[in-house]
Every structure is written in C-alpha cells, then in structure tokens.
Design a protein. Structure first.
Length: 158
C-alpha cells in the first residue's frame, strides 16, 4: 500500500489497494471488488452527529446505488465493534471498515491536521472516492458537506 507522497490522488489514478477489518471482524481487500464500482467514503467517527447523518443518507440512497451495481464502503478509525454497533443502531445496509491505524486514510490523503476549537489534532477529512470497475479513481469529493452528499454521489454514478 503505497501512497503518492508528492501529490494527492487524482481521477484516473489507480486506487490504493488495502485490506481492513469489516464491522463483522472479517478482512476485506479492495482489489477483491474488481469489476464493480465502489463508493469509498471516509468519515471521522462512528455515531457522531455529522457522521450519522452522512451514513443515514447513504442508507436511504442505498437501494438506488445498489441498482447501479455499486458497492458502498464506509471507513473510519473506529474499531470493528464500534462499527458494528453503529451499523446495527442505524440499520446500515453496507459495510463499514475499521482503519484504526489510519494507514488507508493516509494512503488516500485524507488523514489531515484539523483545528478543533484552537487545538490542532490529526483526523479524517470527510472525503468520498468513486472507484471504477478497473480499480481506478473515477471521482473525488473532497471536504464533503454532509447534507445532500449521498444524492450527489448517486448522480455522479450516472
């Protein structure tokens, strides 16, 4: 899993492959989804207000996204047990991935310094990637604003 150090990922670039534990504790490798479109969305923390709204929007749009043969994967630094609890609480029909060491977030360039109430911390910058059937990045949504985002992603899927 190598990330470009000189520049951020761009549409057309190969999506960095990874293997992470799912909300059920099973490993999932991105390359195992070759041949399918993937919506890979990074969020800061399970069961927080913004992340919950975003996940619920993806849940509500999921039937339409699924009809397009597209897999939805949510990624945060939460442990699998926290992801499982979040998934169950909001009946999320897609897989959540646990990036506890933020290696995948770093590979995708979304692990950033944030300024929270004057205190600098490292965390995930809410970002969504659409990955095409060949494993290339088709579209990037940086610095996502939660409200209406899932509908925007659905529209981008064509």
């Amino acid at each position: 899993m190598t990330a470009k150090k000189t520049s951020a990922l761009q549409p057309g670039d190969p999506a960095p492959d990874f293997e992470l534990l799912t909300d059920s504790g099973e490993p999932l490798r991105l390359s195992s989804l070759a041949g399918k479109k993937v919506v890979l969305y990074f969020y800061p923390r399970a069961d927080t207000p913004g992340c919950t709204r975003e996940a619920c929007e993806f849940r509500d749009q999921f039937p339409r996204i699924d009809k397009k043969g597209t897999v939805v994967l949510g990624v945060s630094p939460d442990k699998p047990a926290a992801q499982a609890k979040f998934k169950q609480k909001y009946q999320l029909p897609f897989t959540l991935l646990s990036d506890t060491e933020h290696k995948v977030a770093e590979a995708y360039g979304v692990w950033k310094e944030k300024n929270m109430y004057g205190k600098k911390t490292m965390g995930i910058e809410r970002t969504t990637f659409i990955i095409d059937e060949q494993g290339r990045i088709a579209r990037i949504f940086p610095k996502v604003k939660v409200d209406g985002h899932a509908a925007e992603v659905l529209a981008a899927l064509g």
